[in-house]
Design a protein around this ligand. Sequence first.
Ligand SMILES: [Zn+2]
Length: 490
Amino acid sequence: MNLKRFLICLLLLSSIALAQHPAPHKKTARAAPVTRPKADPATAIHQSALIIDTHADTPQRFLDENFDIGQNTPASDGHIDLDKIKQGNLGAEFFSIWVEPEFKGDYAQRAMDLIDSVYQQAARHPDKMTMAFSADDIARAHDQHKFAALMGIEGGHAIEDDMRLLRDFYRMGVRYMTLTWSNTNEWADSSGDIQDPNVKHHNGMTDFGKDVVREMNRLGMIVDISHVSDATFYQALLVSQAPVIASHSSSRELTNQPRNMTDDMLRAMTNNGGVVMVNFYSAFIDESYRKASSDPEKIRQRDAEVAAYKKAHPHPDGSPVTYDETAGIEKKWAAQFPRPPLKSLIDHIDHIAKVAGIDHVGLGSDFDGVTSLPEGIDSVADLPKITQALYQRGYTREQILKILGGNFMRVMHEVEATSKRLQDERKQSDALSFEDIELMVGNRVNPAQLVDRIRQHGVNFDLTPERRTRLKDEKVDDSALDAIVKARKK
Ligand SMILES: [Zn+2]
């Protein structure tokens, strides 16, 4: 008999003895019950949840600062690292492949460098982190207690107006694309410059832009409407056959920011079946902070300081000075305005849950891309405080699990199912799409052959003026254009 078993026996014997001969003095004064700390319900909910955040700008840190996600850095440097992820019980993150417009001429290259930086992190930490490309991948990583890394392109200009690049990005693992960033591109308007008369706008999206949405549906890449103009938003919803997401957008009713969503847009999201992931940035969730920080004179001072820094620190190779290099200036500037209370963030979640419905709200922090967060939220490690606050507001376990990740998982499954259906239909359909024509042109099919194929198969699209110009630019001759008009199948 080992010592442990001996001690247990002794304990049992003495307790039997005690039961038979209760101590006389303890008759009235009963021993206080052992108080074990009761796991509080909000903590239990948070720890059992599959938590998904759909927007963080950390890849710039990976690439431009050589930051390793395994390093534990102060929250003032960065909002995300593996330790903080564990503390916050974050299950999956969509790392933003954000291409700064300053990289004009090198958009795709910059996007690919950022994509590579995410894969490099996963390769360095295979025991704790894994790349994920589907809803099932996210669930599998969760079962294995690994953090799942996904990627979303922020800013449609990254595809350089080329459908083939869009497909290549899908093949590289990108699973959503924000149609625009703050800049209007060649095919979709942004909320960021919609008031600027010097920018050429499209009244929403061009035909090519709508084809981008269709091709994303077919690929299984989630259409992200954060940042886009209101017209682009409504058009994207009309065209998209799959639910869309706002990867990091809050409510305009509560905080009057043009890139936040109006109640009407929120209701449109309900009909679409999509999900709005609430952005945590102070200026998007708190009207007082927004007003204070949009003082034109203060903005002018900040912009001047950033411009001066850029001028004083040019890159020897001529590449643009990146956001990360000037983020310190921006953070210092933002700190002059008091941080809003956590309540402001919870109000946005609450409002979207009430207007769009509990099935249409989630979390899109914008960590590592914003200069101010509400009080108490210093990094991803503080996510449990959000669960705590929702629980205190009366949200049930089931509702909280939907907000933390369940809603997003549903949408991702639906996008994947739509993609499968569209790909199956395409195989059965004989008519050529505009895409097919462009592909043949790109592959240098000779003009006579092109006309033959168009006559033989028919086409499933209208030759709008924009498409006609596009094909003419690609040197398609008039005989093929005539054939397309005649071969339209209804
Ligand atoms: Zn953004």
